[in-house]
Design a protein. Structure first.
Lengths: 409, 355
């Protein structure tokens, strides 16, 4: 009996292996571009722009997207997917890049480095030529190692750990973690917001601890005194009374929160219960605090944050409207980063003069050089430029929450 | 089972592994290989090793362990730590990787003994819960550990990288929750298959040896085993630590397959332990070949279902339930035996006619 079952399973295994091997054609059909994409291509054809049609038939740039579309980090991955989708549609409607259309295929990585590499390989089977991703830091590091092996152009919208952009084929739209910490300390010091600072950070994520480390290092140069430096972990992120008591007793005038908005909303609630009212200062992870369910947004009054993107800002109005009408939710900075990433690809592709019939490696070589020569005005910064290390040069924007909306400082 | 039958059964198991390897080589040569499949080969071997090693504890020793991912974590970190430390001393990556495998196995094995001494006094559910706690402790310990290396030696801290107090030549090797970044990609399919064969060799030989029979007698009737003079503690510890050491090997493979290694709930938490347990239970308790095949099928499945997008997790769960039912519900077993009987009957007259 056992033998029979064993052999049966072995047969299944063999079948699945061969199915996988011969599945090249199947992969590309299932991975066909989003329906919206097809219609835009057709729309371009109807417009009678023959050149576009011809080159669209000749080939389109295949852009892969990797991000968490399921699981706890899905909000970020879906935002990036939507951001890329919107930008791709817009660019295709406006005639594409160098006369060629863009085609997009997004794959789920569940915020897991191992799955991320699988997603990357799936996209390679689809003949991806450029990659927007991965969305989260750890998967991005794993994918960057693979893409640098293959010499495939990669731009991550939001992989903020330093190592994400370490290979020379990888560029990023967001700030690196230390850059945010340093920028925050500088901003606080230069604007004389406070001198006694308390920090509450999540020691179990590299995002939070990375920003905090850079902040502490820079705080010394700015004459800021760290009076309390309290950590929590993913397992203890529901009660912050100990950390807040310490900050309060140490007489902190400003509490620096390099954390995500869910936890920040709990901290704000508990601080108001304790009648502790310092200045709360966050970074880009704080963006989204006004959309937390069951959260009294009046508690967030006066919170300051450094963020590259604000949905209510004048410059991002067109994007926000288009995004809301297409996907039914407010865009966040991940969507904006992704949107900018696609426009950066477009600008660099025009600069490099690449065409879809080139292979991924020669596209990468051309794009690497072109990325350092372009400058674009995006949603997350004006005059964005990139250096050869893949880091972006843009100024962080500080906003303050006043009457439930962001107000630029 | 007589000796020849055992040999044949073991032979089939080895042959499946070697056969798969040959199949992959042929596909590679004839260009039928997709990038996805090429990338997933090492994880397939790794999960097979994990499933086989856990089967030794759960199926052969008969103790439910929910902390297997903890041993994998220990192996992964000690192995990756070694390859990072010896980067300058020993430029030969293959040699370093070989050492890393040995160290990973040794450290995980020692952890297995250390944990085993107090834990194996417990039975059943209690043991399961303590091993679960152990796995979480390992993960959390690694998440607060900062280890750096400079010319004056190692620096250790559980606070942050600044408190390591290293000079300018210092390199942070383990960086708390960020783990180890930049492990070289040394795991290849060939190495993974060889390790899988070694694992099979160790486990299959152990099971069919005198020691293995002693271990199984503890599982079947502890009191009877004790009464005939079997040293229960010794055999329990032996099975538990061998299982841990093999999980450590799988951990080293994992660490050297990705360039980033962090102890997250996803890869080294109890989710992973339970995932491995699912492989074992689906493959059949005590059935080594079965757990190997279950590991391969269940790892491949979500990747092959990628075309279904968000529905793939749902389908995966449904398929898992169906497979479990098919494999172990009494009705399904009855149905299977009826089908098998019919199949045999059809064959027999044909054979007689031929004769």
């Amino acid at each position: 009996m056992r033998k029979f079952v064993g052999l049966g399973l072995a047969a299944v295994l063999a079948a699945s292996l061969t199915a996988c091997g011969g599945g090249n054609a199947a992969t590309s059909t299932t991975a066909a571009p989003a329906a919206g994409n097809d219609t835009t291509t057709e729309a371009a054809a109807e417009n009678g722009n023959e050149e576009t049609t011809a080159s669209a038939e000749g080939g389109a740039f295949k852009i892969g997207v990797i991000g968490p579309l399921t699981g706890p980090a899905a909000a970020y991955g879906i935002a990036v997917q939507n951001g890329v989708d919107l930008a791709v549609k817009e660019i295709n409607e406006a005639g594409g890049v160098n006369g060629a259309m863009l085609e997009m295929n997004s794959q789920d990585d569940e915020h897991d480095p191992e799955k991320s590499v699988n997603a990357y390989n799936t996209l390679k089977d689809w003949n991806m030529q450029m990659l927007v991703g991965a969305v989260t830091s750890k998967p991005c590091i794993a994918v960057a190692a693979e893409s640098s092996n293959d010499n495939l152009f990669q731009i991550t919208p939001s992989g903020s750990a330093v190592e994400c952009a370490a290979p020379e084929n990888v560029f990023r739209v967001c700030f690196a973690d230390p850059a945010q910490g340093t920028a925050s300390a500088k901003y606080i010091g230069e604007n004389k917001l406070a001198t006694k600072i308390a920090i509450i950070y999540d020691s179990s994520t590299e995002y939070s601890s990375g920003i905090r480390e850079a902040f502490v290092a820079e705080a010394a140069n700015e004459g800021l005194e760290i009076v309390a430096d309290e950590a929590f972990t993913a397992d203890t992120n529901t009660d912050f009374s100990v950390q807040l008591d310490k900050a309060k007793n140490a007489g902190a005038e400003l509490v620096f929160l390099p954390i995500y908005y869910q936890e920040a909303s709990v901290i704000l609630k508990q601080a108001s219960d304790k009648e502790f009212a310092p200045v709360f200062f966050g970074v880009d992870g704080m963006d989204g605090i006004l959309s937390v369910k069951n959260f009294d947004t009046s508690l967030a009054e006066g919170v300051m944050l450094l963020t590259p993107f604000s949905a209510t800002e004048e410059g991002s109005k067109a994007f926000t409207d288009a995004y809301v009408s297409a996907y039914g939710i407010e865009p966040n900075q991940f969507a904006a980063d992704a949107y900018d990433a696609v426009y950066a690809i477009k600008a660099a592709a025009v600069q490099a003069g690449i065409s879809p019939d080139m292979d991924a490696s020669s596209i990468c070589d051309a794009m690497k050089a072109a990325m350092t020569e372009i400058s674009i005005d995006g949603l997350t910064g004006d005059g964005m430029t990139w250096d050869a290390a893949g880091e972006t040069g843009k100024a962080p924007k500080a906003v303050k929450i006043v009457n439930g909306v962001y107000e630029m400082q | 089972m007589n000796k020849n039958k055992v040999r044949m059964q073991n032979g089939i198991t080895y042959a499946i592994v070697v056969g798969c390897w040959i199949l992959v080589q042929i596909m590679d040569k004839t260009g039928h290989m997709t990038s996805l499949l090429r990338g997933i080969l090492v994880p397939l071997c790794m999960y097979s090793i994990l499933a086989i090693s856990l089967n030794l504890t759960v199926g052969i020793l008969g103790e439910l362990s929910l902390g297997h991912a903890g041993f994998m974590c220990v192996g992964a970190f000690s192995g990756a730590f070694l390859t990072k430390c010896l980067e300058n001393l020993l430029p030969n990556l293959q040699l370093r990787f070989f050492l890393a495998i040995l160290i990973g196995a040794a450290v995980a094995g020692i952890c297995g003994i250390l944990i085993g001494i107090p834990v194996l006094r417990l039975k059943g559910d209690y043991l399961a819960i303590v091993t679960l706690a152990f796995g979480e402790i390992i993960k959390n310990l690694i998440n607060v550990m900062y280890i750096g290396l400079d010319k004056s030696g190692f620096h250790f801290s559980i606070k942050d990288t600044m408190s390591l107090g290293m000079d300018e030549t210092g390199v942070v090797i383990i960086k708390g929750a960020q783990g180890i970044t930049g492990t070289p990609k040394a795991s290849t399919f060939l190495i993974a298959v060889v390790l899988l064969l070694i694992t099979l060799f160790i486990v299959l030989n152990l099971i069919h040896s005198r020691t293995g029979r002693a271990i199984m007698s503890i599982r079947d009737n502890r009191i009877a085993a004790e009464s005939i003079g079997i040293n229960i503690t010794k055999y329990k510890l032996m099975a538990f630590s061998i299982s841990a050491a093999l999980a450590g090997v799988a951990g080293v493979l994992y660490a050297h397959n990705l360039s980033t290694l962090a102890a997250t709930p996803k890869n080294f938490g109890y989710n992973m332990s339970i995932m491995i347990l699912v492989f074992v239970v689906l493959g059949g308790l005590g059935n080594i070949r079965g757990s190997m095949i279950a590991a391969v099928v269940l790892t491949l499945l979500p990747e092959l279902l990628r075309g279904l997008n968000d529905y793939r997790m749902l389908i995966y769960a449904v398929v898992l339930i169906v497979m479990m039912l098919f494999n172990s519900s009494p009705r399904a077993i009855e149905l299977r035996s009826v089908l098998l009987e019919r199949f045999r009957r059809k064959k027999e007259p044909a054979a007689k006619e031929a004769a």
